[in-house]
Design a binder for this molecule. Structure first.
Ligand code: KG4
Ligand code: ZN
Length: 354
């Protein structure tokens, strides 16, 4: 079995080839540069860049394995959620390639792909709790089995990655003309700061909830930045930036770890996975590893390349779907697949009684 995965839901164009849900043979990712002067992703530019990049990226993934299109078993593509124009490029390309080669096309949910990133090259088995932290989502999901998901908690407002991105802008950490992920920029600055100097709020802490909130934290950083600038000017702000970054990062990490530990304890689960773009954050990876160890839970964290958007995780879900379909039923051709910007996670149910 060889599955080609294609990912184009936001601003990464990616292709990968998997031979099973745990084994990825090749992976290629191209991050877009075109948005840098605008300080954020411009949907129209993203779609155009996907069109330019998609075929070369797919060829690159195929070349890495020596496989050709005719050697594939199926083509898996991110169907949603995401930017509709970006999704359409991947979905239509996948359908075109599939139709031309007679292969089936499989639609993949972006969040399910992030969940599957924890399986690649690992022996993690359900049940496990996944802390899924990305630019658009912050969720605690109990994976009862592959395809059977329970939502334990989620952010009530901003996603953790979104908060990182906004704070990166506030602190002026995104140099014009260069494409740097906001979270990575904050985290790099935080390395030089002291996380104990400013006490930013940890919303909902101490309450009996697995939900989270980051918008108050972001406002609190904004207020702090404004008052510092008013009192001491830009110089004072520049000098304090690493401390602000470190204290903000610590506040996000504290909230995420508190809810994750609560989730594990309340459901008596001893396996936890950290996935999504924010899972690339060093402080979060290290602190969660320590916290998991204190309660005897086993933590699985994918490599950094598998945390931020990639197609390896899409190919992994495709491999799982294909194996299930070919073993237990018919694999549909899928030529009527459509991009679905607000797709909900298949198999996800609201919290069940513990
Ligand atoms: O999963 P992802 O690549 O795309 C989405 O599905 O959203 O996540 C992107 C998010 C961005 O908000 C980015 O700032 C954040 O992940 N991120 C980080 C780090 N690297 C990427 N956040 C904190 N620390 C990092 N090192
Ligand atoms: Zn993502």
């Amino acid at each position: 079995m060889l599955i080609l995965g294609i990912e184009s839901s936001c601003d990464e164009t990616a292709a990968a080839i998997a031979s099973s849900e745990r084994s990825v043979r090749a992976s290629a990712v191209l991050s877009q540069m075109d948005h840098a002067p605008y300080g954020g992703v411009v949907p129209e530019l993203a779609s155009r860049a996907h069109i330019r990049a998609a075929l070369p990226v797919i060829e690159n993934a195929l070349d890495q394995t020596g496989a050709r299109l005719r050697d594939l078993s199926a083509i898996a593509v991110t169907q949603g959620p995401g930017l509709v124009g970006s999704l359409l490029v991947g979905v239509n390309l996948a359908k075109g390639l599939a139709y031309g080669t007679g292969l089936p096309v499989l639609g993949v949910h972006h969040l399910e792909a992030h969940l599957f990133s924890a399986l690649i090259d690992s022996d993690l088995e359900p049940p496990f709790v996944a802390l899924l932290v990305s630019g658009g989502h912050t969720e605690l999901i109990l994976v009862h089995a592959l395809g059977d998901y329970e939502l334990l908690g989620a952010t009530l407002d901003d996603a953790a990655g979104e908060a990182f991105d906004k704070v990166a802008k506030l602190l002026d950490l995104l140099p014009p003309g260069q494409l740097v992920m906001g979270g990575r920029a904050v985290s790099a600055s935080a390395e030089h700061g002291d996380p104990t100097t400013i006490r930013f709020p940890r919303a909902l802490s101490g309450r009996d909830t697995l939900d989270m909130s980051f918008s108050g934290l972001k406002t609190s950083v904004l207020t702090y930045v404004n008052s510092l600038r008013n009192e001491g000017g830009q110089e004072a702000l520049t000098a304090a930036t690493p401390d602000i970054a470190a204290c903000f990062e610590q506040a996000v990490v504290d909230v995420l770890i508190d809810r994750t530990m609560r989730a594990l304890k309340s459901r008596c689960i001893d396996r936890v996975a950290l996935v999504g773009g924010v899972a690339a954050n060093r402080r979060l990876r290290e602190t969660l590893a320590e916290a998991a160890e204190t309660i005897g839970a086993r933590l699985t964290v994918p490599s950094i390349a598998l945390c931020t958007d990639n197609a390896a995780m899409v190919a992994a879900v495709g491999a799982h779907q294909f194996a299930q379909g070919s073993g237990g039923g018919r694999v549909d051709e899928g030529y009527d697949l459509d991009a679905s910007p607000r797709l909900s996670l298949p198999g996800l149910q609201a919290s069940r009684p513990a």
